[in-house]
Design a protein around this ligand. Structure first.
Ligand code: NAP
Length: 252
């Protein structure tokens, strides 16, 4: 299946590794200009240089609204528009039962996983409105609707992100701004390595071979950004199901 993102500009948060890196590379291969943002500047600089002229790297901490505003501004200055925002940046630390969790790190997770997504929506929506439309993909998780021990911060923030997806869709659908979530299932990234090392819940016991590749998720993100993703607007699209994987063209 060919995915056409020619003439589109996509901003991907958390593009220094894992799902975000794969999404940036795949969206660029589908024709999009890509703006890679993360805190690890040497990694996004290297990945952007490997992609070439269609890519630019911007240092950004999504917990800071000003950083996201700046990244959105760079997308417009460099490529003339912002058509797709992928709110992907996220953290799993501190994996710990509630009574043992570090309040400072727990709060930091809220700043990144939840407020980071709000900051992206807040910075992108007015620009997309001015342009006549756009697509925002919020990376969700099964944790948005399930309770997992040791992940109170992660489950709570992902549930809140699903709520943001629904609210943002309700407010912006009439302005041709699509907001959709993507729940990828388990993915072979550094985050999943940290989960395994924690040994704290059944997800940490999963055999590594059950995790899907970040490239599968990157392709699903690119696909969701096209009109094919419209039926899922305002909710989470799941890549855990055969139906979802077939829709994206990952399995026959
Ligand atoms: P990962 O390999 O650990 O990558 C996380 C990315 O988020 C990195 O690029 C990191 O960049 C970025 N990030 C973290 N804090 C940031 C901040 N304050 N500002 C900007 N960027 C920040 O994780 P991943 O597995 O690719 O996860 C990506 C997304 O998928 C997350 O939202 C995660 O919750 C979700 N997800 C993952 C899985 C899975 O099984 N892996 C399953 C469901 C959902 P820097 O550290 O360089 O800033």
């Amino acid at each position: 299946m060919s995915i056409d993102l020619n003439d589109k500009t996509a901003l991907i948060t958390g593009a220094s590794r894992g799902i975000g890196e794969a999404a940036a590379r795949i969206m660029a291969a589908c024709g999009a200009n890509v703006v890679l943002v993360a805190r690890s500047t040497s990694d996004i600089d290297r990945i952007a240089a490997e992609i070439g002229d269609k890519a630019v790297a911007v240092a950004c901490d999504v917990s800071l609204y000003q950083d996201l505003q700046n990244a959105v501004g760079t997308a417009r200055d460099r490529f003339g528009s912002l058509d797709i925002l992928v709110n992907n940046a996220g953290v799993i630390d501190p994996i710990a039962r509630l009574e043992e969790s570090d309040p400072g790190i727990w709060n930091q997770c809220v700043d990144i996983n939840l407020k980071g997504v709000y900051h992206g929506l807040r910075a992108a929506i007015p620009v997309m409105k001015g342009q006549g439309g756009g697509v925002i993909i919020n990376i969700s998780s099964g944790a948005a609707t399930g309770a997992i021990e040791g992940w109170s911060h992660y489950c709570a923030t992902k549930a809140a992100v699903l709520s943001l997806t629904r609210c943002a869709h309700k407010e912006n659908a009439q302005d041709n701004i699509r907001i959709v979530g993507l729940s990828p299932g388990t993915v072979a990234t550094d985050m999943q390595r940290a989960i395994k090392d924690s040994g704290i819940n059944p997800v940490s016991q999963l055999d590594w071979s059950v995790h899907i590749s970040p490239e599968w998720v990157g392709k699903a993100i690119a696909w969701l950004a096209t009109d094919a993703g419209r039926p899922y607007d305002g909710d989470d699209f799941s890549l855990k199901t055969e139906e979802g994987r077939r829709a994206v063209g990952l399995i026959a």
